[in-house]
Design a protein around this ligand. Sequence first.
Ligand code: ZN
Length: 246
Amino acid sequence: MRYLILSDIHSNWEALEAVLAEARGGYDAAVCCGDLVGYAADPNRVVEWSLRNLAAVVRGNHDKACAGLEDLEWFNPVARSAALWTERALSVENLSYLRELPQGPIRVGDFQILHGSPLDEDEYLLSARAASELAEYLEAGVSFFGHTHIQGAFLLEGRDVEWIKKPDPEARQVQIEIEEGPRYLINPGSVGQPRDNDPRAAYAVYTPEDRRVELRRVSYPIEVAQAKILRAGLPAALADRLDWGS
Ligand code: ZN
C-alpha cells in the first residue's frame, strides 16, 4: 500500500487539485489529518471529494468550528468570520459529514493520524522540545499530524529529537527513511494554506513496505483560489497570505 497523506486543506480546491494531479497513480489510499474546511472558498467541493475519496480522516478544529461544535470565541476575527461564512455555505449533507468526523488519533494500517498532538487535538506541536515529551504516547512507529501548517518531521529516540525539515524552495521533495526503533511524528504540511514560508501546496506519500516517507511540494494556481476568496466576500487577508505561504 502507498498512502497519500493530506492535512489542512482548508477549502482550497485549486491546491487540492494540484496535489491530486501530481500524485495520481502513485498511491492506493488517501487519508487526512483534519481541517478540510475553513479559510478558502470551496468548502462543498472539498468535502464532497473527501467523503468519496478519503479512506480515513480525523476532525480538525476548523471542522468542528464550521460544523457548530466549537465555541468561536477562541478564534481570531478572521478565522471566526471564515468559519461563519463556511457554515452558511455548506450543504446540509456536508455539514453532517463534518459533524461526524472522528477525533484522532486513529489507526490506519501500521500508522496513526491525528490533528494536533496525541494528547490534545487542538495543541500546536511547534518545537522539538514539545515533541520530545510525546514519544511514550504514540501507539505506532509512524504518526502523521497537522494543525501547525508547517511541513517536517520529528524523529524521537527516547528524549532525543531530530527535526527533519521540509524541502528547500527549489526542491520538490525530501525523502525520509523510516528506521526500526525511533518514533516518527510527521507533518505532511498544509495543502491549502501553508505557513512555512513556501506558498506551494504541501503533502506526503508514505510507503510502509519500503519504509519511506516523501515530503512533497507542488505549485498551484494561487491567483484562482485568491479570486474566489475575494469574490465570496471572505477577508482579503486570507487571499493575501497564500502568496507568501505564511
Ligand atoms: Zn488548519
